[in-house]
Design a protein around this ligand. Sequence first.
Ligand SMILES: [Zn+2]
Length: 637
Amino acid sequence: MIRSSKRLLPFILLLTALPGFAQKHKRPAASAPAVPSLPIKLTVDATQAPQKILHATEEISVTPGQVTLVYPKWIPGEHGPTGPITDFTGLEFFAGGKRLPWHRDLVEMYAFHLDVPQGVTTLEAKFDLVMPAPPEGFSSGASATTQLLLLSWNQVVLYWQGAKSDDVTVQAGVKFPAGWHYGTALQIDNESSGQISFKPLSLTMLVDSPALSGAHFRRIPLSPQGPIQHYIDIAADSEAALAMPQQTIDEYKNLVAETGALFGARHYLHYDFLVTLSDHTAHFGLEHHQSSDDRVAERTMIDDDMRWLAGGLLPHEMTHSWNGKYRRPAGLATPNYQDPMKGDLLWVYEGLTDYLGYILAARSGLWNKQEFLDEAAEAAAALDHTPGRSWRPLQDTADAAQLLYGAPDEFESWRRSVDYYAEGFLIWLEADTVIREQTHGQKSLNDFCHLFHGGQNTPPEVVPYTFEELVKGLNQVTPYDWTKFFRDRLDSYGPGAPLGGIINGGWKVVYDDQPSEYTKAMEKTRNQVDARFSIGLALDDKGEIRDVIMDSPSWKAGIAPGSTLLAVNGRKYTPDILREALREGKTSKTPLELLVSNGDFYKIHSLDYHGAEKYAHLVRDESKPDVLGEILKPMAK
Ligand SMILES: [Zn+2]
């Protein structure tokens, strides 16, 4: 998964024969009651999606007596208890046409208890999902507009408490608004009068296969000749937004080829990127085995700046099909959606994916080399200006993932955020350079990916791993003290970010007064103003101060995160006025005066700062070979 707003800023092959989803290694046993063998019959009426409500009916087999049904809580790829239980409404149960009362568990809010009368073997449930959500959050954030809908099945299903999702078969169907088209990794059983029925499959695979539908829809084939088909399915709020240029389409075709070259095998039967283009849905990416839910702003594919800033998203989410879905940390390979997840290996799940996603974006041409360097410089510089690393080791950012995804921007540099993404990028870059150094260029992290994530082509399956198995895999590529390598970086309270990969790669982080193209594009498209590396302020074009870096000039002058910058040296704040004041301050002896409102109070803060604007870049260290350049070269023929 990836948050786009972050960064200061998951044949004819009868699917019932695809419990293939079963894992090669056993997952922890759930204390499970016997699961009735009859499939759950789930029908979703999405025709009122523009009015922000979905209706569903479910037939579920039961045995008479006390029955507990549960609503999915821990959502794969979101690494937290993010199922939208507050939006699960209109719940009614019927047995033989008679209404049955239910009550919610007093401790587990996602569980519903019923007393099923003798002789009853099937319940009918009716419920709604209301979708008033603001455009924040992940799949529980806004998912419908008047023009489109991303349907996440976990939001419209109940299942037996204690059941393993692999063991639950669901026969699902949906009806979208008239005239809307749709895309999904699900296999269609039949379709008539707008009512779509999918082939029966496990609850695991249903939840793993969202459906994207919309009035403005485009399906782009990426691998028409290959035995494994890849598509980009796009739903947008306008017809104009669908016009992805041919060059970009060709780069996504390259991405398919590059993932094949990197991993050597695929663990899906076909793959669909489900791309939502809207300014009124949540913006993020969520991985699945055979698809990804990729939501970006409406004009992303037709605006050059927005397109390149989003260029890492699809490579990241697709990489998860191997790293995160197929190979999954043991603590995240839970048997159902109620058992808590453990995020201690998210620096592999997300960190390695960040690294591979970035280099795949470059190898496929979605980013040129400079664009990759700008992204890397941003990650390195931001982490190097994170004072919170003095109290919170990187490991704890992973352990506390379900807390940090929802944490506010204020005090982010002290609290730390989900740093296992960007810092994972740096650490895996360094691991790549270590392998190359140890083997005199004969091997690289590419070989590890082939070994650890590749093998034979398979349908979706989960192969869990532990830290020890990860280390073993790396040692098979090249013997090294990998345990020490990772533990040093995961458990340290060091002042600076791990920059060894950049240094070994033949580059260094420098700061000057010229913003990179990345910084310019971020400021332009996301209304941000980046003064973190100069006076320690991250703010927006309206003056809202999102964070103040502790120990920076702004912090020392008493400015609080969450306050508002109103004026600079006596003149009303605009981003240009602030930048000019920073430039002029270089040759001035007078302090920089910032008028800031904090709640109802106004105060002028004086900063004795004369260091001009400061922005991060990567520049070549000519004393070393350009290993980074080697890493970015395309692998596919
Ligand atoms: Zn991710």
